[in-house]
Ligand binder design. Structure first.
Ligand code: FES
Ligand code: FES
Length: 156
């Protein structure tokens, strides 16, 4: 089937088998969609679906007609993306390719919606992706520095 949708701000027509998962279709379009388990556990297939962090392996392709999907490619020119890169660098966070796109997108969703997220909001975002090689305290530090970078950019 062919459906129309908005991918990273662009109107697109994508053709694929209706019963495929969204992740299976998107990984052919975007390098930043990097499915792992395919079962809703790892979070590596995370995209923003209408602005909400979503495991794309759990979403049927046919269901995203006319919906808006953002992958990490869609945020790379944003100021927040730059805040995140600086924050990760300051924290000396060196994440591997396995979770980096999803992790970066999850940071973006947090920084986009809140200037001062509370601890529960931060932990929800961090726990949405199961990382096998980076410790939570380091990720917390990277979020803290990313928020600080955003604050400095906006308020000097
Ligand atoms: S591939 Fe979607 S949660 Fe693991
Ligand atoms: S899985 Fe390697 S840094 Fe997250």
């Amino acid at each position: 089937m062919t459906i129309e949708l908005f991918l990273n701000g662009e109107h697109k027509k994508l053709t694929a088998q209706a019963d495929l998962a969204l992740s299976q279709v998107l990984q052919l379009e975007c390098r930043g969609v990097n499915p792992g388990c395919g079962k809703g556990y790892c979070g590596c297939c995370t995209v923003l679906l209408n602005g909400k962090l979503t495991y794309s392996c759990q979403i049927p392709f046919f269901s995203v007609k006319n919906q808006s999907i953002m992958t990490v490619e869609g945020i790379q020119t944003s100021n927040i993306f730059s805040d995140i890169l600086k924050g990760m660098k300051r924290a000396k966070l060196d994440i591997c390719d396995y979770c980096a796109p999803a992790r970066t997108l999850s940071f973006y969703s947090l920084l986009k919606r809140a200037d001062r997220p509370n601890n529960q909001e931060i932990q929800e975002v961090l726990s949405s992706i199961h990382c096998s090689c980076t410790h939570i305290p380091l990720l917390n530090q990277a979020i803290f520095y990313s928020l600080e970078e955003k604050y400095t950019r906006l308020h000097g």
